[in-house]
Design a protein around this ligand. Structure first.
Ligand code: NAD
Length: 248
């Protein structure tokens, strides 16, 4: 039987990369999936999946705007009756040394990668507490929530914040049947890395003992594991999906 039959799942940043791959995996496993993204590409993905017989719908949401996040959860519950899983995945990159980082750029990265996760968690948790059937949340963190690297100041500050937010939430809500965990991907071959020159990509590959970049589907499978009953005693954890990046 499919692991997410009858479950309702929200994926933020679901129109591209890791989010898109996770939407597809959840749909294949029987979930009703709300694809939320700032980009209208989410509508195309939803239409395509629905043509193939899956149950999805798209909501255009900017995760940094509180009313939009609240509406995302409200509309999801209105349409499907409950919210069982949130994958808080929407995020942006950044690559500047601290002394060259504009304050505006710093704020933007923190806003999407940390404030956006907070808002989505806040409204998902409120709904999960209300419905009394619990739920599971997976936040998309990063190896840079665990270790730093040249140029990732704002990004790692946000992702490190997500790691500790997740741990705190697990203290607050695990006894209420809500498990909250992180995935911490190494470098994954998604549109986020598309603008990177080949040489820089090769340098990144060399940092992964496994000898390649990750695939979006490989992160998606870890997300589904953490969201599933197979992970019923796992909460407050950070699951490295990093090809050994942080092991060496
Ligand atoms: P991506 O750029 O392919 O997809 C990100 C999606 O998020 C896009 O569809 C974008 O429109 C959406 N988005 C951006 N800002 C948003 C906002 N304010 N509101 C709503 N949607 C927004 O990137 P990806 O590589 O799939 O990254 C997804 C997540 O994975 C991010 O949180 C990123 O930090 C994390 N991550 C990525 C890598 C990697 O190497 N690609 C590694 C570790 C962690």
């Amino acid at each position: 039987t499919k692991r997410f039959n009858g479950k309702t799942v929200i994926v933020t940043g679901g129109a591209s990369g890791i989010g898109e791959a996770t939407v597809i995996e959840f749909a294949k496993e029987g979930a009703k999936v709300v694809i939320s993204d700032m980009s209208d590409k989410g509508q195309e993905l939803s239409d395509k999946l629905n043509e193939d017989g899956y149950e999805t719908f798209f909501m255009k949401v900017n995760v940094t705007i509180e009313e939009e996040v609240k509406r995302l959860v409200d509309e999801t519950v209105k349409k499907y009756g409950s919210l069982d899983v949130l994958f808080a995945n929407a995020g942006i990159g950044g690559m500047t040394l601290v002394h060259e980082t504009d304050f505006a750029e710093w704020k933007k990265i923190i806003d999407v990668n940390l404030h956006g996760v907070f808002l989505c968690n806040k409204y998902a948790i409120a709904q999960m507490l209300k419905q009394e059937t619990g739920g599971a949340i997976v936040n998309n963190d990063s190896i840079h929530g665990v270790v730093g690297k040249l140029g990732v100041g704002a990004y790692s500050a946000a992702k490190g914040g997500v790691k500790l937010l997740t741990q705190t939430e697990s203290a607050e809500y695990s006894s209420k049947g809500i498990r909250i965990n992180n995935v911490n991907p190494g470098y994954i071959d998604t549109p986020l890395l598309a603008s990177m020159p080949e040489e820089a990509k090769q340098e990144l590959i060399n940092l992964h003992p496994i000898g390649r970049l990750g695939k979006a589907e490989e992160v998606a499978k870890a997300v589904l594991f953490l969201a599933s009953d197979d992970a019923s005693f796992i909460t407050g954890a950070s699951l490295l999906v990093d090809g050994g990046y942080t092991a060496v």
